[in-house]
Design a protein around this ligand. Sequence first.
Ligand code: CA
Length: 243
Amino acid sequence: MASKRVVMVVEDDASVRSYISTILMTNGYSVVTAEDGRSALSLISSYNPDLILLDLGLPDMDGMEVLRQVRQWSATPILVISARTQEREKVEALDAGAGDYIVKPFGTEELLARIRVTLRYTERMIQGAMVSDVYAVGGLRVDFGKRVVTVDDKDIHLTQIEFKILALLCKDAGRVLTYEYICRNVWGPYSSRDNQILRVNVANIRHKIEKNPAQPQYILTEVGVGYRLVEELKDPPEQEETT
Ligand code: CA
């Protein structure tokens, strides 16, 4: 049997800390907790966790500072726990090397999914390889090698830029990608970083792949931060066979 993954929970709120710890332990993770930044930093070096869940609002030091300090010597994936309205903080955390963030209040499934995606992303980075040449979720199928996109087995014609954006999102499905990250990867490091052109392209992709582009199922907007391609469809469309 594989050894348990160690997750460190850095959170000053005792009830949130125990809520998260309970979920993780019942789902096969081993948990180490810290209630402030300083103890987190010392525990991280002794426990070498597989993943760190980091609350940004800590009593003794800014969670961002903990993130930056850890990043100076460790590649351990960090999942930031954030409040709903702090868009700037989320972007800052992602830029500083956080793998993703989760917004309070969150449920069990969301927490576990974010952890799974963040761990998988990190493993892929370490292996330096893609797991698969095809990404499929719901009726959407993207073949990276052949550059073919289908929705419910119908061919979708995307422009080259649209395909690049969609492929980028699919390769990191489940994980939020910032506007800046997407622009840099699609238009190059010297692109104007103009989010407007990205928004227009995403709108076009949605018109082609979404049933209802105003209520997208596949490409979700993380307001003020970027886009996230879903890992699984939340509300399956009414296709269930009724017998
Ligand atoms: Ca807090």
